[in-house]
Design a protein around this ligand. Structure first.
Ligand code: MRU
Length: 342
């Protein structure tokens, strides 16, 4: 099983997804700041993975503290939490995981040892739950997949976006291993190419049939009847069912509706933001050079051209057939069905 992140007691180890598919480079660090940078650079990426990595970074900061003051440790951990909160703005799992750890940090403790133990335990619970939740999403979602389906997925909502197994790719894995003869179409996902680099790598490794297309081929491929279902992940779902996910998801949803293709979103309950409105969600704008170049190497345009580089888009609820969570499948109206699963 591909494990994108691991806790080694006094260090965290992760698979540097920026190096895939050319090299399987594992990075180890005992420095919470190094993990914050890894999230910013997208060595660790995908909503659930960044939440887990952030929780482990706080646990590392706790383990490394050599002092004896609960008050001092609490202040230090809060600083680390604030730093991690500033890494990426869109995926709600980051804020969800940090809020959980912060809750533990805020409790009263008899001594530093107890506090460190509790902070580490909470981070590891978040870690373990992620694996379990993805398995459940897979099991539940696989029931919606039929033998012979061709499933289009966008970006990477796989093991490389979670601790292991994945959400959208969890559904695909569970359907495949239950014996359904499915095939996958992966979109390349400009500009960071998560589909071409990561989804293809994961699926080929397990022998799940996959074909790669460029993002602008989706309409044609759908119009030729080559796609029977779409399954994607989410960075944040906001009531009444807006799905914030990798840039390009909205285009695919519009095209799926045009062609009568079911559009499924597979996401853990931790990706559902019950508190904010869609207007208040910040869509991350990344480095313009991601668009001007291919992976920051070759310029494909004039180096000075102005560009837009929103990392995510918003798919409105009317384009979403169902949301697959670890608690069950939600259908519209999502503002009634999702709170019931909570
Ligand atoms: O910018 P990224 O690569 O972190 O974006 C990832 C996505 O948009 C995924 O679809 C989403 O996080 C779900 S991952 C289970």
């Amino acid at each position: 099983m591909i494990k994108s992140i691991e806790w080694l007691g006094d260090r965290v180890r992760w698979l540097n997804t920026l190096k895939l598919p050319w090299a399987e480079e594992y990075v180890e660090s005992d420095d919470p700041e190094r993990i914050a940078v890894a999230i910013e650079r997208m060595e660790i990426r995908g909503a659930p993975a960044i939440g887990v990595a952030a929780a482990l970074a706080v646990a590392l900061a706790a383990v490394k503290y050599g002092g004896t003051s609960v008050k001092e440790l609490r202040a230090r951990l809060r600083t680390v939490i604030e730093r991690l909160r500033a890494t990426r703005p869109t995926a709600v799992n980051l804020f969800w995981a940090l809020k959980r750890v912060e809750g533990v940090v805020s409790r009263d403790y008899a001594g530093v040892d107890e506090m460190v133990r509790e902070v580490v335990a909470e981070a590891l619970r978040i870690y373990d739950e992620d694996v379990e939740v993805n398995r459940r999403i897979g099991e539940i979602g696989a029931k919606l997949i039929e033998d012979g389906d061709v499933i289009l997925t966008h970006c990477n909502a796989g093991a490389l976006a979670t601790v292991a197994y994945g959400t959208a790719l969890g559904v695909i894995r569970a359907a495949w291993y239950s014996g359904k003869r499915i095939r996958v179409i992966a979109t390349e996902t400009r500009p960071m190419l998560q589909g071409a680099r990561l989804t293809v790598w994961e699926l080929v490794k397990e022998g799940i049939p996959v074909k790669l297309i460029t993002d602008n081929m989706v309409g044609y491929v759908m119009s030729r009847g080559l796609v029977s279902k779409v399954v994607v992940g989410a960075d944040r779902i906001v009531l009444p069912g807006y799905v914030v996910n990798k840039i390009g998801t909205y285009t695919i949803a519009v095209l799926a509706a045009r062609h009568g293709i079911p559009f499924y979103v597979a996401a853990p309950m931790s990706s559902i933001d019950f508190e904010n409105t869609i207007e208040s969600v910040k869509i991350e704008e990344r480095d313009p050079d991601e668009v001007r170049t291919v992976l920051k190497s070759t310029y494909i345009t004039l180096p000075t051209v102005e560009v837009l580089n929103p990392a995510f888009d918003i798919t409105p609820p009317e384009l979403v057939t169902a949301i697959i969570t670890e608690k069950g499948v939600a259908y519209k109206p999502f503002d009634e069905t999702l709170p019931v699963l909570r």
